[in-house]
Ligand binder design. Structure first.
Ligand code: MSP
Length: 515
């Protein structure tokens, strides 16, 4: 049998809105993990998609005088073009209005209904139209409904409920046993804390008169499925639940999500839904923090959206990907600032890395006619550089493996700065003027080491800046995106190789073009 794929997903974005920095970040983070795994030799299945049903989509479409499907198609175009612009390497894109998805949602509901795990009851109480969920007195803060719930109305209606509470003890036990279920681990404590209070059964239906835009319940067509029950199921419908191929991907390795949708949907509803259906739980949730602007979450409802497409268009996908991965400590929040973006762009990318590449290639052309020497000498400085690479590589890989991408990147850039310092020490531009054969040999040696250092750094950076790694690879006659393993050790593989002419990888914006 084929080994199981490394299966990773993002949350599926609400169709009722435009892509923003939060969406872009989640995709980049997931892509970095996916590419890192691929490079380590795993076969990866990477899924992202669009959450299309629900009241908000229905309302917005009505306001615009269009069909909800039309609104969703437009959103799908926007979100898919964001993926392309960011060089996201997803293998599949699921939309919850697709037949392959609806079939699975309905089959799960039917199964749960047949087994008596879903029952009918009269519901009386509060309902948030914005959150599309039922509320209780205990959800009030200082006697009032928090703003995130929007308008809260009192309703009384017949609905269908899933026996969530039957599984509370199982879930607590599961979380205690699987201590690494949620990354970062401290978030798992939040879930256990939440589970100290009894949980209610989950209302999984909405009457059609209130909400039409959804998947009809298979056992009562007057009702549609509650959006979370619908949306969560995408993770299995997309990989062929019910078919033999399902085992190629399930159980999922990581669901990457923001902290706002951990409790209760991903950490409570989802493992319980799966358990109730006799499906294995996910291996891990990777829960990231929020991008904030002056302390508040960047999202549609607060209006302070930075359109990531602007920065991507102006500076390229790699600059954007590098910035968000370098700045965000996965799990925590991070403040977005244009100044910080510009300073990372100018100092890390344009200066430390970009300049290093153009200097090394420039001098290689000028002093070596673009051909790497076959007999570099290795003195103390060169040995130090090689040793430094070994440590860098080991430490950075460990950090990447532990989702500490911001520190891993910093570690690689320390090495890049070290390469620049090495060049300053060796001063090939001065030695090139000398006739002394020892000086000449050191010019070759220095450029050889600079270029090999560049090859290795680009390879290690390739999950984050794949476009740049590819460009550098083309200049060096190497595939720096798809190779891994032995290639990460210092080598003489470039000896005798003709390398390309210098290019500017990260052009500095002209003063009048700065954002
Ligand atoms: N449709 C649901 C998810 C269903 S998953 C079965 C949803 N959609 S969303 O469009 O609101 O959010 C999509 C993802 O983006 C979520 O993981 C959310 O946490 C993340 N972000 C939205 N705003 C964010 C920030 N400001 N910062 C970082 N990520 C945030 O929730």
């Amino acid at each position: 049998m084929k080994p199981k794929n490394f299966y990773i997903t993002t949350a599926i974005d609400y169709a009722n809105g435009k892509p923003h920095l939060g969406h872009a970040y989640e995709k980049v983070l997931t892509d970095v993990v996916a590419r890192f795994r691929r490079l380590k030799g795993d076969t990866v299945h990477f899924l992202t998609g669009l959450d299309e049903h629900g009241q908000k989509v229905q309302q917005t479409a009505r306001k615009l005088g269009i069909e909800p499907q039309e609104l969703c198609d437009e959103a799908a175009r926007d979100f898919q073009s964001l993926c392309r612009d960011l060089k996201i390497s997803n293998n599949d894109y699921i939309r919850t209005t697709e037949e392959r998805h609806k079939v699975v949602v309905r089959s799960l509901l039917q199964k749960l209904w047949d087994e008596g795990q879903i029952y009918e009851a009269e519901y009386e109480g509060f309902y948030s139209t914005r959150a599309e969920q039922f509320l209780q007195e205990k959800d009030k803060v200082n006697g009032a409904w928090p703003e995130e719930f929007g308008e809260v109305v009192e309703i009384s209606e017949k609905n269908y409920f899933f026996r969530l509470s039957n599984y509370q003890d199982w879930l607590v036990e599961f979380l205690r046993e699987r201590e690494d279920f949620i990354f970062p681990r401290y978030r798992q404590k939040d879930v256990l804390e939440f589970l100290k209070e009894p949980i209610n059964d989950l209302c999984i239906s909405r009457p059609k008169e209130r909400l039409e835009w959804g998947i009809p319940l298979p056992f009562d067509e007057e009702y549609v499925t509650y959006v979370w029950f619908d949306a969560l199921t995408n993770y299995i419908s997309a990989v062929g639940y019910g078919e033999e191929r399902f085992a190629e991907n399930w159980p999922v390795d990581f669901h990457v999500i923001g902290k706002d949708i951990m409790i209760p949907p991903h950490a409570v509803y989802w493992p319980i839904m799966l358990k109730a259906c006799g499906i294995e739980p996910p291996k891990h949730l990777l829960v990231h923090g929020w991008w904030l602007k002056s302390g508040s979450k960047m999202a549609k409802s607060t209006g302070n959206i930075v359109n990531p497409l602007d920065l991507i268009e102006q500076f390229g996908p790699d600059a954007f990907r590098y910035f968000v991965t370098r700045e965000m400590n996965v799990g925590q929040d991070s403040d977005f600032s244009l100044d910080l973006f510009m300073s990372r762009y100018n100092s890390d990318l344009a200066n430390d890395f970009g300049n290093l590449v153009s200097r090394a290639l420039n001098m290689s052309q000028r002093y070596l006619k673009g051909v790497m020497p076959t007999d570099p000498v290795i003195k103390e400085e060169e040995q130090t550089l090689r040793d430094d690479w070994e440590t860098t590589c080991r430490e950075a890989l460990e950090l990447f493996e532990g989702m500490q991408f911001h520190s891993g990147l910093e570690r690689v850039f320390q090495f890049v700065r070290g390469l620049n310092r090495y060049a300053e020490q060796r001063t090939p531009w001065k030695r090139a003027k000398s006739e002394d054969p020892e000086d000449q040999a050191l010019v070759s040696t220095c450029l050889f080491h600079m270029v090999e250092g560049i090859r290795l750094s680009a390879l290690l950076l390739s999950p984050v800046i794949p476009g740049t790694a590819e460009k550098v690879g083309n200049l060096l006659g190497e595939n720096l995106v798809a190779q891994w393993g032995d290639d990460l050790s210092w080598s003489d593989r470039l000896a005798g190789r003709e390398i390309g002419k210098p290019v500017i990888l990260f052009p500095r914006p002209k003063p009048n073009e700065a954002p």
